[in-house]
Design a protein around this ligand. Structure first.
Ligand SMILES: Nc1ncnc2c1ncn2[C@@H]1O[C@H](COP(=O)(O)OP(=O)(O)OP(=O)(O)O)[C@@H](O)[C@H]1O
Length: 508
């Protein structure tokens, strides 16, 4: 009966713990998805992964083992003490003298376990971040023969984890075999002395059965106490992990914005915008631009001049510190983000492909988009070359990062993704990748197709491709130094003209 009950209780805790872990992982991930992009600037992806997986697992252990065991141990000790009290009230009461010692033992153990566990979690999180980064950068590591150096670094963190675990094991061993066991022997010694005294002096009747029960019950009490101490160590780990998770959940997500814009026409204005990522180091200063619906605005400038930052602000990944950005007359900081992003599509220089198929990468889980829609989009941007090369067509498998596709193919798939979304605003970071001239012509045509009828923000690396832009903005250290059509900028005889001539000379 007792066995059956214990199995049922065990199943109950395990089921509850798994459910809790499931909900918690879902909630943590849901929260992470809504965090401002700035949060990810500070925290490596591996650490976020560690929060979602390792930390929730540690909290699961809290429910699965720790609490169930602690409760069982506590109930056991209580019942055994009640039994002892009923056998000899006074003596059992006097044995409670060990309580302060047990308390101190617990406290000392918890403090030490806590600091070791904290360090362990930090090291594990570092290890995850390190691993994540290194696996992502494997091509560079291998091509620069960095394997041994990276392995050394990895082994270094791993060794630290090993040493830390060893310290924890020693701590457990010390408490199990030294501290609690000494206490147990002292108590059992006390039992024997007490009953010995009774027997020798005849002060009270000594029953051998009672001595046996005292020894047996105290042995069981100490076994449970030992178990409880071990579990309290685990409790600390889980507590720390829960702390991590709550810390993450407390980071404010972007609040729901009131201003709704079902359909955006693409009228955009940057009004006296200044912006910094951190430490008040402004990377954009006094930016003023106006773009009418359907116009193309191109940004040129040296590396670090602030081109991508302009796009980050337009997508509202960050809020400006000074000035404002108006979209169809609505301040972007008040505009509902879902409305904004539904109306914008972004194509990055190095497009990101998800694991799945070409189709799933174009429709991005939009069930309403049919295979025909996706295929049409792909054909329009010049994706025929992909279909010709891959016999499974739109259902060709895309593995992690889309590494099995060429840079040009990845670009075309991301163009199709943007076109199929049919946005009114397009953000395009023009590719500089060394693609063959045939693919480049196809890509250029794809870009032209994409731009049709949309307000387009274009980061231009090749000036020959932006001659037709309605407005070309030249950025230098976060400031607009020239602005106008290609012809106007050439006639200005300034920075743009120099850049243009330099590139033309290189290309010819
Ligand atoms: N997430 C970030 N956190 C802090 N600083 C950043 C961040 N992103 C960019 N910066 C800084 O902002 C400045 C502008 O960067 P930005 O990426 O906008 O330049 P860019 O003109 O797009 O350059 P490139 O042509 O090399 O892509 C740079 O000094 C850069 O170091």
């Amino acid at each position: 009966m007792e066995e059956l009950l214990s199995i049922l209780v065990d199943i109950f805790w395990k089921k509850a713990a798994n459910k809790i872990a499931l909900f918690m992982q879902r909630d943590v991930y849901k929260h992470v998805q809504k965090l401002p992009i700035s949060y990810f600037d500070e925290l490596p992806a591996g650490k976020v992964v560690s929060r979602i997986t390792n930390d929730t697992k540690a909290v699961k252990v809290l429910f699965q083992i720790v609490l169930s065991d602690l409760i069982t141990c506590g109930v056991y000790i209580l019942v055994l003490y009640i039994a002892l009290f009923s056998l000899d009230f006074k003596f059992t009461l006097s044995t409670l003298i060990i309580l302060p010692i047990v308390y101190l033992l617990f406290k000392d153990f918890i403090n030490k376990a806590s600091s070791i566990n904290k360090k362990g979690r930090r090291l594990l999180s570092d290890l995850n971040a390190n691993l994540n980064e290194n696996i992502q950068g494997m091509e560079i590591i291998q091509s620069f023969n960095q394997e041994d150096k990276i392995l050394d670094e990895f082994t270094g963190v791993n060794n630290k984890i090993y040493k830390n675990m060893l310290n924890l094991t020693k701590l457990y061993a010390y408490n199990s075999f030294n501290a609690t066991q000494t206490l147990q022997y002292l108590t059992l010694g006390g039992v024997l002395l007490y009953f010995g005294y009774g027997s020798i002096t005849g002060a009270f009747a000594v029953n051998i059965g009672i001595i046996y029960l005292f020894v047996d019950y105290f042995t069981k009490i100490f076994a449970n106490l030992n178990n409880a101490i071990q579990r309290i160590g685990n409790l600390e780990t889980s507590y720390g992990a829960a702390d991590h998770i709550f810390e993450l959940l407390q980071i404010e997500i972007i609040p729901e914005r009131k201003e709704k814009l079902e359909n955006i026409s693409g009228d955009i204005e940057f009004k006296d915008v200044s912006f910094y990522y951190k430490d008040e180091e402004y990377v954009l200063k006094d930016i003023n631009i106006k773009v009418k619906p359907g116009e193309t605005i191109a940004f040129v400038g040296h590396t670090g001049s602030g081109k991508s930052t302009m796009m980050n602000l337009l997508l509202n990944f960050y809020n400006t510190q000074k000035g404002k950005i108006l979209i169809d007359g609505v301040d972007i900081s008040q505009l509902n983000q879902e409305d904004l992003r539904r109306n914008i599509a972004i194509v990055l220089q190095d497009p990101f492909l998800f694991t799945g198929t070409i189709f799933s990468n174009i429709n991005l889980n939009d069930d309403k988009m049919t295979e025909e829609d996706a295929l049409n989009a792909l054909m329009k941007v010049g994706g025929k070359i992909i279909l010709d090369r891959h016999p499974k067509g739109i259902y060709t498998e895309v593995k992690e990062d889309g590494n099995s596709f060429s840079a040009g193919e990845r670009q075309l798939i991301s163009f199709a993704r943007a076109l199929a979304k049919n946005p009114s605003i397009l953000v395009l970071d023009e590719a500089t990748a060394n693609i063959d001239s045939e693919t480049e012509t196809i890509i250029q045509k794809g870009i032209e197709e994409l731009k049709k009828g949309r307000t387009t923000f274009l980061i231009a690396h090749r000036l020959s491709t932006i001659k037709n832009a309605d407005n070309i903005v030249v950025l230098d250290k976060g400031r607009i130094i020239e602005q106008g059509s290609h012809d106007k900028l050439i006639s200005l005889n300034g920075v743009y003209k120099k850049m243009y001539e330099l590139q033309s000379a290189k290309e010819n």
